[in-house]
Design a protein around this ligand. Structure first.
Ligand SMILES: C[S@@+](CC[C@H](N)C(=O)[O-])C[C@H]1O[C@@H](n2cnc3c(N)ncnc32)[C@H](O)[C@@H]1O
Length: 299
């Protein structure tokens, strides 16, 4: 895995496994139609969610569209999914546009979500998923189009939506300056020529969904909590995950946005990471619900 973002998303998997709200997931199971189904995941990255949903027996067959703007991630996705499947004895077959995992056909689609919606969005899904994604887009602008990707009566599961709190421990005197400035960069971010997210997406999503006519029926916290074990070692590849988070803060604040004390703060945090004492928490929310309308009965 030479592409750093690929390693970051792979390392994030165990952090998300712990964070995803199990009650919201149980409620989602109740919203899903039985049998084969079509799932679309936007901003899907490497495809760790499809692996997780197979592992957790939420899905077993049908079609799963993995949409992302990042071509390199989609290239790496095939290999990562085959590696995951190989370790578990799941049969795989490479397809021209994706990979088959057991009875599930995974289709890789390279697209920017705004362009995808503007071009009609393709065949609608029984389930729409966005994990750690909606805080990267202008939700009020994008949500109506996203919900049109779902069949009437279909479900959505919007998870790991950042909600305004990044916490590092132990306390540092520059925490407030650094983290306030970091969150401000999220509110001002522009990508692909569009406003790209905000720092309080989680809490605002509830009412955005109501306004869009698809109120959430299940909501719960999905905070990231990353800490070393008693021996000072971080599990799996989570030390890398933490370094990537520190790098993200550094990249966001390089230049005029840099608060006083940033360099010292980063040096102390990196020292704590190397010494196995850094703890990181991010507050996030999961929401699930149905898109209004009656499902048509399969013939
Ligand atoms: C934080 S990552 C999350 C990836 C994946 N959902 C996961 O949780 O592992 C956000 C993903 O959204 C993709 N992305 C960001 N903005 C996008 C856009 N406007 N259209 C499509 N994909 C986008 C990025 O390439 C990245 O893979």
């Amino acid at each position: 895995m030479t592409y750093p973002y690929t390693r970051f998303l792979a390392a994030k998997r165990t952090v998300d496994d712990r964070a995803l709200n199990s009650r919201v997931l149980a409620d989602l199971r109740g919203l899903l139609p039985p049998g084969a189904r079509r799932v679309v995941e936007i901003g899907a990255g490497l495809g760790t969610m499809v692996a997780r949903l197979l592992e957790w027996e939420v899905l077993d067959s049908g079609e799963y569209v993995l949409l992302d703007v990042d071509r390199q991630l989609l290239r790496d996705s095939r290999g990562w999914l085959c590696g995951w499947a190989g370790e578990r004895g799941v049969a795989t077959e490479l397809l021209p546009d994706g990979v088959r995992l057991g009875e599930l056909r995974v289709r890789l689609v390279e697209a920017e979500v705004g362009d995808h919606l503007a071009s009609g969005g393709g065949e609608p899904a029984d389930l729409l998923i966005a994990n750690a994604f909606l805080d990267l887009v202008d939700v009020p602008a994008v949500l109506p189009g996203l919900l049109r990707l779902v069949v009437p009566g279909g479900a959505y599961w919007f998870t790991v939506n950042f909600d305004g709190e990044s916490i590092f421990q132990p306390d540092h005197p520059a925490d407030d300056d650094v983290l306030t400035a970091y969150h401000r960069t999220m509110d001002q971010r522009v990508r692909f020529g569009r406003p790209a997210g905000e720092s309080r997406t989680g809490r605002h999503l509830f009412h955005h969904l109501r306004s869009a006519g698809a109120p959430a029926s299940s909501v719960g916290a999905s905070d990231w909590v990353v800490h070393p074990g008693p021996d000072g070692a971080y599990p799996d590849d989570e030390a890398w995950f933490l370094e990537a988070i520190l790098q993200t803060v550094e990249d966001a604040l390089t230049g005029p946005a840099a608060p006083p004390g940033l360099a010292g703060w980063l040096a102390v945090r990196r020292g704590q990471l190397a010494g196995g004492e850094l703890v990181y928490l991010a507050h996030q929310l999961d929401l699930a619900g149905r898109v209004p309308g009656r499902r048509s009965t399969p013939s």
